[in-house]
Design a protein around this ligand. Structure first.
Ligand SMILES: COC(=O)c1ccnc(N)c1
Length: 252
């Protein structure tokens, strides 16, 4: 998979050189490229924004600068050769006004061949950018990582690239661990986990986990996951696909 991230703060994305995503890049599983939007400006001051039409506070990012950048990194511009096929690219725009980015979104994006992430700043990106690329046949997703506002899309891009990158085959050591984690295939929050020492002060590890009885351990973990989900995320319980849960249980 290739991911191009365009931002006016490329250094913000340096964290993606670390940990799992860093290993995925080194292994050639993830081709991640970070670009400075100002490389596509044409004026001496490398201007990327201007005042909003209709008035209001703050500044809006210009469509012409973003258009040149996205055309280039998506391959639509056809650098020197034939113009690329926009339907092979998925444009992701992190924004507080977007659809909620969830584990399901991450799973869908992890199946894409090429993502372009446009990190907006200020009051956002001119609305014609998303409109233009949708009209070319490019898939465009305006996505929010939660109900709060950030100063720019870069932090959201870090979240999304990590959530997507870790799902790529070969990135996480044991793919089975992806099934039982929170928001995984079971649709539950993960059960509580324990490790050595068996006794820590007056707190002990639940006996069932020391029993070596795998069926009982599995049932206990499933029960704990259901209880935790019901307590913390009743919305997830309502959406639970019990048949899929049973199928998962029976498969394990
Ligand atoms: C500027 O971008 C944001 O403030 C943002 C992006 C994605 N999700 C959010 N909740 C906020």
């Amino acid at each position: 998979m290739r991911i191009d991230v365009v931002t006016i703060f490329p250094d913000y994305l340096a964290a993606l050189d670390l940990s799992l995503v860093g290993k995925a890049r080194a292994a050639g599983i993830l081709d991640l490229r970070v670009h400075d939007l100002r490389d596509w400006t044409t004026d001496r001051h490398r201007t990327v924004d201007d005042t909003p039409f209709g008035g209001g506070a703050g500044m809006v990012m210009r469509p012409d600068v973003w258009g040149r950048a996205i055309d280039d990194v998506s391959g639509v511009a056809g650098a020197g050769g034939a113009a690329g096929d926009p339907s092979g690219v998925h444009l992701v725009v992190p924004t507080p006004s977007g659809e909620t980015f969830t584990q399901r979104t991450a799973e869908a994006l992890a199946r894409e061949a090429h993502l372009v992430v446009a990190c907006g700043r200020y009051e956002g990106i001119d609305a014609r950018v998303a409109e233009h690329y949708r009209a070319t046949g490019m898939r465009v997703s305006e996505l929010s990582i939660g109900d709060y506002v950030l100063n720019g899309g870069e932090v959201a891009a870090l979240v999304m690239v990590e959530a997507v990158g870790r799902l790529l085959p070969g990135v996480v050591g044991n793919p089975e661990s992806l099934v039982e984690e929170s928001h995984g295939a079971a649709g539950l929050l993960e059960y509580p986990v324990y490790t050595k020492p068996p006794a820590w002060g007056d707190l002990e590890v639940p006996d069932v986990l020391l029993s070596g009885h795998h069926a009982r351990i599995h049932r206990w973990r499933r029960d704990q996951a259901l209880r935790r989900t019901a307590a913390r995320r009743p919305d997830m319980v309502r959406a639970l696909d019990v048949d899929a849960l049973d199928r998962h249980d029976l498969a394990v």
